[in-house]
Design a protein around this ligand. Structure first.
Ligand code: HEC
Ligand code: HEC
Length: 210
């Protein structure tokens, strides 16, 4: 009986691996090696993008699917950012899968700078504008895994992205539509609120890769 259940489970396992090959194939150790070129920006406390100035986004705690979507969008130029393009232009699909495997297993977050904006106003704005429908009531349980976690992301990075969606320089249809209706005040408040939420980490304590 037990053997039959195990056999069934392994069939399910094989089918899921086949459905999601890029995710399944990732090798975290290979990913750690590739990430050594990224860590200087993404894991250094206080590291900012020079112009415009905002903190380089945290990757630890993000969903693997969204990391993959983002890297592919930089690589194809759909998400237009020369620095990130330079970093991912030569990455193959296997290296992206390896990076995802690594980034979803260790906490690569630098410490977050303190939140400056109006968190309670942001909470109200988030309720009014329905962000939770896709990003989760806690900002870290997105409706779909390819949607980003916002909880604990740097405040000025969140504000920067919302401005970019609003002015169309970051072109993603859903968010362009949503940000179009936000005022500067809404953006500042929303960024403060999401930055203030506890980050999404099943792996809060840093796990040294073996
Ligand atoms: C010179 C600094 C720098 C290096 C090196 C760098 N990045 Fe980035 N990365 C950035 C900046 C700045 C952004 C935000 C760009 C934007 O506004 O779209 C970013 C964005 C990202 C995002 C999207 C995050 C989000 O929340 O949308 C991912 C994923 C990412 N980088 C992964 C990597 C990986 C993997 C590498 C190494 C292969 C890497 N980065 C190397 C500066 C860097
Ligand atoms: C209908 C679903 C949906 C709703 C509602 C929604 N979002 Fe998004 N959001 C997305 C998707 C999908 C992305 C990824 C877009 C991309 O790849 O650029 C995203 C991306 C973002 C990002 C960029 C995160 C990063 O790491 O770069 C921010 C910030 C954001 N959303 C904030 C909000 C806020 C604030 C609200 C409410 C005003 C909101 N979103 C409502 C689906 C949604």
């Amino acid at each position: 009986m037990l053997i039959r259940i195990l056999a069934k489970l392994s069939v399910v396992g094989v089918c899921c691996l086949l459905l999601n090959p890029a995710m399944a194939a990732g090798d975290p150790q290979a990913g750690q090696f590739v990430f050594s070129t990224c860590a200087g920006c993404h894991s250094s406390p206080g590291k900012t993008h020079v112009y415009p100035t905002y903190h380089v986004p945290r990757l630890g705690g993000q969903t693997g699917e969204y990391i993959k979507v983002a890297l592919e969008a930089y690589r194809s130029g759909e998400r237009d950012h020369p620095t990130m393009l330079a970093n991912v232009a030569d990455l193959g699909d296997t290296q992206i899968a390896d990076l995802v495997a690594y980034l979803t297993q260790v906490d690569t977050r630098p410490q977050s700078p303190p939140v400056r904006g109006n968190v309670s106003a942001g909470r109200e704005t988030a309720q009014r504008t329905g962000c939770a429908g896709c990003h989760g009531v806690d900002g870290k349980t997105p409706l779909l895994p390819a949607y980003p976690v916002l909880a604990g992301q740097h405040e000025n990075y969140l504000a920067h992205t919302l401005h970019e969606y609003r002015d169309g320089s970051r072109r993603q249809a859903i968010m362009v539509g949503i940000a179009g209706g936000l005022s500067d005040r809404d953006i500042a408040d929303l960024a403060a609120y999401y930055a203030s939420l506890p980050p999404a980490l099943d792996y809060v304590r840093y796990r040294q890769p073996r």
